[in-house]
Ligand binder design. Structure first.
Ligand code: SF4
Ligand code: SF4
Ligand code: SF4
Ligand code: FES
Length: 600
């Protein structure tokens, strides 16, 4: 328990925790001080935006509240007229160097800069002058950067460096010409960016966003393609937030209904292919484990993680499972088994995945992710993009009924599939099925809780008929790096490891709805600390309520193997469902005209 101190806001006393900044302390007692460069109460070392200025008794100047700690007896005024005017001026100066094309900006509606502008009463035309030359980088499949909307807050720099340990973003140039971006103002395609999108989650403006792929969907519709879509597990745990529902609402039924109403010809639950992934991955693990292949085996379903290992630890690639991700497996099955059984022309099928992830946009374009020259998945749209589609289709989310996803020789799914969306879920699902493969019996109880939770690294031992299997689970690349370094140094020994690219797994993927507490008045003030748990709880509850909770019990998966694939790891399964990964360490030597962002 932290010690308490008494502070005074507008001369009224409040007890707050010692050690907090004024910004944090004010929040705990019900005051909101606008802020832009401060992010999740992280160390705001730059204090660059000056939007959080307050008056503090005894100080000659106004104080940035994000960078000043409370102490006993401190008198603070948020409503001091000079502080109010200074905050407004700070925002107006930001707006004076901003593109202000809000009508066309996809961030409009969830833009923190606009929200703060409204709070402080900023006038966009107050200051005029030259604007910093801007860069538009639309080259990378996952992420788009538009510096005309950047306010130099530095949050993305912190996220890339501290959350992901990657650090490819930084401040470039000086003074008026300062911009934020990769070194030499390169495109994301020309630097070791893993396309995880964690920077887009913290950007307060439209300067960093996912690549907008909706125009390609429109083009496929114009061409009369048969559009088969599926939604990843984590999407149901967050899409409702886009329409004002509380964080932690399960939207599975509305999600299926909405996807149908935006015009997809068939809508499936990606839990189906998560079950399929487990069939292949658990069997691969059992095979490697029994043959004493080099351990550990590492999961491969997170494309951000795959990008990371290809770039940073290529020597460990032989440890990575050869399974494609559930996204790619679903596409491959739709364009083979599903097309053949339904008499569909494969060239007319257009597969769309709805995903919480920006790296999956990159993954579906990888040359490895095709069968006989046909791409598994044609388009990946984030949760945020699906919400945009729903809005433009005129759908009233609140009035949507709960509907089931399609079941059409494929589609049935189990509780094991749905927990793929949270860190530890793939491992738990794999343990449930590996137990069955090794013993012929069902694991009881079905829950394997040691791998649940949001700790940085979770370790567990699964006792499978007397055989001890050593497991580890981690997410976020800072944690993955520590684990991999320990493995390389020989300090730890595991048999099977799950790694997900984003901290907490897909529930916190780079394509998920933004969580900006000031714009979420119905949420708890500490929602930054709890939103991942709330989304995870949705998935665990859905798992608990499923009649079948083990991937190998899925009747459509059993039929798929019986009628088509044979057994896990069969030649046909290898062709459709497995792939290879390769080093990318030397892939970014030069910037070419094709990969250079546009500067104007
Ligand atoms: S980032 Fe915000 S302020 Fe800037 S153009 Fe987009 S909506 Fe407008
Ligand atoms: S997408 Fe990920 S790796 Fe790339 S810049 Fe953003 S946070 Fe860094
Ligand atoms: S890109 Fe976004 S997060 Fe990064 S400095 Fe600019 S406004 Fe801030
Ligand atoms: S939030 Fe305090 S200076 Fe930006």
């Amino acid at each position: 328990m932290a010690n308490k101190v008494t502070i005074y806001i507008e001369n009224k006393p409040y007890q707050v925790d010692e050690g907090l900044t004024i910004l944090e302390a004010a929040k705990t007692v019900g005051f909101y001080i606008p802020s832009l460069c401060n992010w999740r109460n992280h160390d705001c070392s730059l204090a660059s935006c000056r939007v959080c200025l307050v008056k503090v008794e005894g100080e000659r100047r106004l104080i940035p509240s994000c960078a000043y700690n409370v102490r006993e007896g401190l008198h603070i005024s948020i409503n001091d007229p000079d502080a109010v005017a200074a905050r407004r001026t700070s925002v107006e100066l930001l707006l004076s160097n901003h593109s202000m094309n809000c009508q066309a900006c996809r961030k409009n509606g969830v833009c923190e800069l606009l929200d703060v502008s409204r709070q402080v009463g900023a006038r966009p035309d107050q200051y005029h002058g030259a604007k910093t030359p801007t860069t538009l980088d639309e080259v990378a499949p996952g992420i788009v950067r538009d510096t005309s909307k950047c306010i130099l807050c530095g949050r993305c720099v912190e996220a890339c460096k501290k959350t992901q340990g990657i650090g490819i973003l930084g401040f470039q140039n000086r003074g008026f010409n300062t911009i934020v971006g990769p070194t030499e103002n390169r495109s994301f395609n020309n630097v070791p960016c893993i396309q995880c999108g964690q920077c887009t989650l913290v950007c307060p403006t439209g300067a960093l966003m996912e690549h907008n792929n909706i125009p390609e969907l429109d083009e496929a519709k114009r061409e009369g393609k048969i559009i088969l879509a599926f939604a990843a597990p984590a999407v149901r745990a967050s899409i409702g937030e886009e329409f004002g529902q509380k964080i932690g609402t399960n939207s599975t039924g509305k999600l299926a209904a909405a996807m149908r109403r935006v015009g997809f010809d068939k809508v499936f639950d990606m839990n189906f292919s998560a079950d399929l992934t487990i069939m292949e991955e658990a069997n691969e693990f059992v095979r490697r484990f029994s043959q004493h292949a080099p351990s550990p085996m590492i999961t491969s379903c997170s494309p951000g993680w795959i990008n990371y290992i290809e770039l940073n630890y290529p020597e460990l690639l032989p440890h990575v499972s050869t399974c494609k991700s559930p996204q790619q497996m679903f596409g491959a099955i739709l364009k083979s088994y599903y097309a053949e059984k339904n008499g569909l022309d494969r060239s007319k099928i257009f597969v769309v995945s709805i995903i919480p992830c920006t790296a999956k946009k990159y993954e579906c374009q990888r040359p490895e992710m095709q069968v006989d020259g046909v791409r598994d998945v044609d388009l990946a749209l984030t949760t945020r993009e699906l919400a945009q589609l729903i809005r433009r289709s005129g759908i009233n989310w609140n009035r949507l009924p709960n509907e089931d996803f399609d079941r059409d020789i494929i589609g049935d799914n189990t509780g094991a599939g749905v927990i793929f969306g949270v860190t530890g879920g793939v491992m738990e699902a794999a343990v449930r099925t590996a137990y069955h493969i090794l013993t012929g019996k069902e694991m009881e109880p079905v829950d394997f809780t040691p791998v649940r939770g949001l700790e940085n690294v979770k370790e567990a031992v699964a006792d499978i008929a007397g055989t001890k299997v050593r497991l580890a689970v981690t997410s976020g690349m800072v944690n993955a790096k520590k684990l991999l370094d320990e493995i390389k140094a020989g300090n730890v020994k595991y048999d099977f490891i799950e790694i997900m690219g984003c901290p907490g797994g897909c529930i916190n993927g780079g394509g998920q709805p933004y969580v900006f507490p000031p714009m979420l008045p119905n949420e708890d003030p500490d929602i930054w600390e709890t939103y991942r748990e709330k989304r995870a709880a949705v998935l665990y509850e859905e798992d608990r309520n499923k009649p079948l909770r083990r991937s190998h019990q899925n009747p459509d998966i059993q039929k798929l193997y019986k009628d088509y694939l044979g057994i896990p790891g069969s030649p046909l399964a290898e062709k459709l469902l497995h792939t290879t990964y390769n080093t990318k360490r030397e892939q970014y030597p030069d910037v070419t005209p094709e990969t250079k962002p546009v500067t104007k």
